[in-house]
Write a protein that binds this ligand. Structure first.
Ligand SMILES: [Fe+2]
Ligand SMILES: [Fe+2]
Length: 170
């Protein structure tokens, strides 16, 4: 096995964290769908897919490194969302939390002189910068528009395009 038992356990935890994020985004997407805000709903459905892809990236890394995959229990996402601002704030807080988790994993890999895992985690370090900054911008736009102006937010997201597809203005 290329990774320590401890690292194997930590990576399994992170598979659960990413799946938890995926569920959280499904919840948020459903809230926006219920509010008839299809662009915001679509944005969060895509985020959910991405988090699942992150989970699979961790899972395949564990397999490739000869570790044992063991999925942890996944906490239910908060059931009630009252406003767009609350939903996006939740998403931002979640991304900040995931950034801390990735930093902790990286810290452990450095401590263990595990360069292979450090190399693997580097992609996630960059991804978190993008995710936090995207969510931070979205929260600012939602706050400026207010709950009555969410159609402006939809237009903003439409103009922006999918930040991961390389289309749109930026
Ligand atoms: Fe993620
Ligand atoms: Fe994320």
């Amino acid at each position: 096995m290329l990774i320590s038992e401890k690292m194997n356990g930590a990576l399994n935890e992170q598979i659960g964290n990413e799946l938890g994020a995926s569920n959280q985004y499904l919840n948020i997407a459903s809230y926006f769908d219920g509010q008839t805000l299809p662009v915001l709903a679509g944005f969060f459905f895509r985020q959910s897919d991405e988090e699942r892809a992150h989970a699979l990236k961790f899972l395949h890394y564990v397999l490739e490194a000869g570790g044992r995959v063991a999925l942890p229990a996944i906490e239910a996402p908060p059931a009630t969302i009252q406003s767009a601002e609350q939903a996006v704030k939740m998403a931002l807080d979640w991304e900040l939390e995931v950034t801390r988790q990735i930093n902790d994993l990286m810290g452990q890999a450095i401590e263990e002189k595990d360069h292979i895992t450090q190399n693997f985690l580097q992609w996630f370090v960059e991804e978190q910068l993008e995710e936090v900054s995207t969510m931070d911008d979205l929260l600012a736009v939602v706050r400026r528009a207010g709950e009555g102006g969410l159609l402006f937010v939809e237009e903003y997201l439409d103009r922006l395009g999918d930040p991961h597809s390389g289309e749109g203005a930026g």
